[in-house]
Design a protein around this ligand. Structure first.
Ligand code: HEM
Length: 383
């Protein structure tokens, strides 16, 4: 009697499972249809093609490039039951970037690092934030801060000069300090040296947060929280995050106080933080938390991207001495023997240097993978 019950139970479970799988397959038939057209590594049950990355997760990019060499510039990759396509042909990447605004879902794992701001928000919220903040990222505003960039860069160069003849040095802390101070001054209107209480140390910690975020993004196995939370990097992220959030609160509060006291701001320009504080008063949907999250996004993402790019540019110049000599000649041509500050007009003349920066960005992009979530069908080449 008991046996019969067990048998019936097993049969019912098996039937439910089969029905569930059939319904799921039917519901996802379009995904399977699209996947069938495009080549990619063999997918195993449950894990998909994730086995390809085992042991190679630190070299994610190399692995993805190797797969591209094998399967072509557009190939599929099953992460468990999730289907991804990797595209590297510029024309196809352009189609994806212009037709999809929803971010790859795994980007949410970067929220603790970059804050819930423009970089990681889902498309509906991103569109609203983007529209409200658009004016603060204009070329006009960026160009109006050339003197500020030069002021802090001169300090950085002086500090670099002090290290001459002292052998190998880690330029990351110095560069990231300079970039974060520039961002605080230009995007937030708060001068970092006015923030007492170990402000500088925290600035460096902000840069480390960006670095930890990049490490997680480059390692698919660290995406699930359950694995990430077990790493020392996760603990470090949380410790730094608490300190950085205090630091960010202080920046925002400093500005809010200025505004409340009606102090003539260091800058009356429509800079990001001024605009966000204005939105708190004028837009019902904009709250204080959003100002904090966007401040974190800009400080962490901005400092990380510019610090890394600057480092790569110098490395490229060091590796290609003949180009370095030509860049030097270009600088001599524009500045002669003068020690004067750089102006916007000078920058327009430094065309070889600009090409070096662009080529460096091409070879060492700070965001080599940009993930998008497809919400509609798109045509890529013959697919
Ligand atoms: C060398 C310098 C930089 C490079 C190469 C760079 C690269 C990028 C890339 C590739 C994206 C797109 C990421 C995606 O869609 O997933 C992005 C987005 C973003 N970056 Fe940068 N970035 C740089 C500097 C900065 C700076 C200085 C700031 C802050 C002032 C900044 C703030 C942002 C923000 C807020 C976004 C999200 C924009 C949006 O989706 O509306 N970046 N950056």
């Amino acid at each position: 009697m008991v046996n019969e019950h067990v048998q019936s139970f097993c049969l019912a479970t098996a039937i439910c499972l089969v029905v569930f799988l059939l319904l799921r397959t039917w519901k996802r038939r379009h995904i399977y249809y699209c996947a069938a057209k495009i080549k990619g590594p063999l997918a195993l049950p449950l894990i998909g093609s994730a086995y390809v990355l085992w042991g190679h997760t630190q070299q994610l990019l190399e692995t993805l490039i190797r797969l591209s060499n094998k399967y072509g510039t557009l190939y599929k990759f099953w992460e468990g039951s999730d289907l991804s396509f990797f595209a590297s042909k510029p024309e196809e990447v352009q189609i994806i970037l212009t037709s999809c605004s929803e971010k790859y879902q795994a980007i949410k794992y970067l929220n603790p690092v970059f804050g819930k701001g423009l970089l990681t928000l889902p498309a509906p919220e991103w569109k609203i934030h983007r529209k409200l903040l658009r004016g603060t990222f204009s070329h006009e505003i960026l160009n109006s801060f050339v003197k500020t960039y030069v002021f802090y860069s001169n300090i950085m160069v002086e500090k670099l000069e002090e290290t001459l003849g002292k052998g190998l040095i880690d330029v990351f802390p110095l560069f990231s300090l300079c970039m974060t101070v520039i961002l605080c001054d230009t995007m937030m209107g708060v001068q970092a040296n006015t923030m007492k209480e170990n402000g500088y140390n925290l600035i460096l910690r902000t840069a480390r947060l960006g670095e930890l975020g990049s490490l997680r993004t480059a390692n698919l196995l660290l995406y699930p929280d359950i694995l990430w939370n077990r790493t020392s990097m996760s603990k470090e992220t949380h410790t730094i995050l608490e300190e950085v959030q205090q630091f960010i609160k202080k920046i925002v509060e400093t500005k809010r106080l200025e505004k409340a006291k009606n102090v003539a701001c260091a800058s009356q320009k429509p800079i990001l933080l001024n605009r966000m504080l204005e939105l708190e008063d004028t837009e019902e949907m904009w709250d204080e938390q959003m100002s904090l999250e966007e401040t974190q996004t800009v400080l962490v993402a901005g400092a990380d991207a510019t610090t890394l790019t600057l480092g790569y540019v110098l490395m490229m110049l060091g590796m290609h001495q003949e180009i370095q000599t030509q860049v030097h000649q270009e600088l001599d041509f524009v500045f002669g023997v003068s020690n004067r500050d750089v102006t916007l007009e000078d920058l327009l003349q430094l065309q070889l240097l600009e090409r070096v920066i662009k080529e460096t960005l091409r070879i060492f992009p700070v965001a080599p993978l940009v993930g998008k979530y497809l919400t509609k069908d798109i045509v890529l080449g013959k697919f």
